[in-house]
Every structure is written in C-alpha cells, then in structure tokens.
Write a protein that binds this ligand. Structure first.
Ligand code: GDP
Ligand code: MG
Length: 212
C-alpha cells in the first residue's frame, strides 16, 4: 500500500486494564479478534492509513501495553496526542467509574484540544451489562465527548470509532488546531507538503504578487 498521506495523527487508547483496549487496536489494524491464546508481547503501537473526507490520514496509535495495571501511564505516553479512545467495559461499572480520572489525565497531560471518543466496549455481552447506553451518553454529552458502544469481538463500531475521531480532528484543523504548532499531535504528510510547497514555487517562478 502507498505510504502517501495528507496528515499524521497521534492517537492514544486509554481506560482501565481489561476493558479491551489492545483488542480494539488489534481489531482496527488486523480486522480480527485477538484471542487470549495469542499472548504475544504487548503490542505498544499500531498504524494505519484511513480515508476521511477525501484526505488520507495516517493514524499512529499508542496502546498502554499494560502500564495501566500499575497506574503508571507515563506523561510521555500522553504527550502530543491529537485524539484518544477512552474505553470502559459495559459489563463493569468499576471501569465506567474510572472514566473521570482518565479524562482529567488526558486533558492535563496531552492537550486541552485533544479529541476524545468514549467507547463502551464489549457491546456483544449485553446480558451482563452494568452500564446503560443512556447513562453513558449523558456522561459523554456533559464532558464533550463523542460516544459509541463497540465490540472488539465482533468488530462492531471499531473502525467507526477511529474514523469519527479523525474526522473531528480534521474539522478542527480548519478552525482552532494548527498542525504546525508543537505538541498538536498532527503532522503534515507528504501529500499535503507537496501541495503546500508547489503553489509557492509556482508563485515565485511567475513572480506574481497577489498580496495574500
Ligand atoms: P486491555 O487490558 O484493556 O488491553 O484489554 P484486552 O484487550 O487485553 O482485553 C481484556 C479481555 O477482554 C480479554 O480477555 C479479551 O478477550 C476480552 N475482550 C476484549 N474486547 C472484547 C469484546 O469486545 N467482547 C468480549 N466479549 N470480550 C472482549
Ligand atoms: Mg492491553
């Protein structure tokens, strides 16, 4: 596949241990469920190019790789993230109750502008549900988060979660986010750089002054 893209976004996956973060990342990248027998070393990182509103966006996604078990998710993990999936498990109220802490950390340690999508994972286990859709959507609204229920097992809404988050960041680039600002979590890709450079070159060659 071509490595040409317009933007590069750093993404995080955060939330309590056991909520399915690694499985969500695996499902998004590989399009399959990572079963428990597959105990390879914790993947810390994945990347994939997606097409959103006619732009190719490379998502560079960081997984906590087990750090959250020891409540030691480091500042460097958060630094410069443009987007995050904040994950809880719909069958575990404890993981839902922890969301406020995760949110505080993300906004403090990443950026005030970080775009976050709340993911109520394990949607397939509806019979064991401890958190209703309505309750979580209210929480999301109050905290200005997007919200989806996902299943890393069936794949339902997994791609959508990443795409919706990326789409919102792209919309923000037009208004409040500046990709060239340090720590924005956004970089221009080759395709955009070529576009940005070539008009300037063309302008210089024709020596036209338009004052814009
Ligand atoms: P992490 O600690 O947040 O990275 O969680 P993992 O991705 O390691 O998943 C924790 C456990 O939940 C594993 O046993 C997974 O098989 C299981 N799991 C993850 N996502 C789902 C899901 O969507 N549905 C179901 N039924 N189980 C899941
Ligand atoms: Mg994990």
């Amino acid at each position: 596949m071509s490595e040409t893209y317009d933007f590069l976004f750093k993404f995080l996956v955060i939330g309590n241990a056991g909520t399915g973060k690694s499985c969500l990342l695996h499902q998004f990248i590989e399009k399959k469920f990572k079963d428990d027998s597959n105990h390879t070393i914790g993947v810390e990182f994945g990347s994939k190019i997606i097409n959103v509103v006619n732009k190719f966006v490379k998502l560079q996604i960081w997984d906590t790789a087990g750090q959250e078990r020891f409540r030691s998710v480091t500042r460097s993990y958060y630094r410069g993230a443009a987007g995050a999936l904040l994950v809880y498990d719909i069958t575990s109220r404890e993981t839902y109750n922890a969301l406020t802490n995760w949110l505080t950390d993300a906004r403090m340690l990443a950026s005030q502008n970080i775009v976050i999508i709340l993911c109520g994972n394990k949607k397939d286990l509806d019979a064991d549900r401890e958190v209703t859709f309505l309750e979580a959507s209210r929480f999301a609204q109050e905290n200005e988060l997007m919200f989806l229920e996902t299943s890393a097992l069936t794949g339902e809404n997994v791609e959508e979660a990443f795409v919706q988050c990326a789409r919102k960041i792209l919309n923000k680039i037009d208004s409040e986010l500046d990709p060239e600002r340090m720590g924005s979590g956004i970089q221009y890709g080759d395709a955009t750089l070529r576009q940005l450079r070539s008009p300037r070159r063309a302008q210089a060659q024709s020596a036209q002054e338009c004052g814009c």
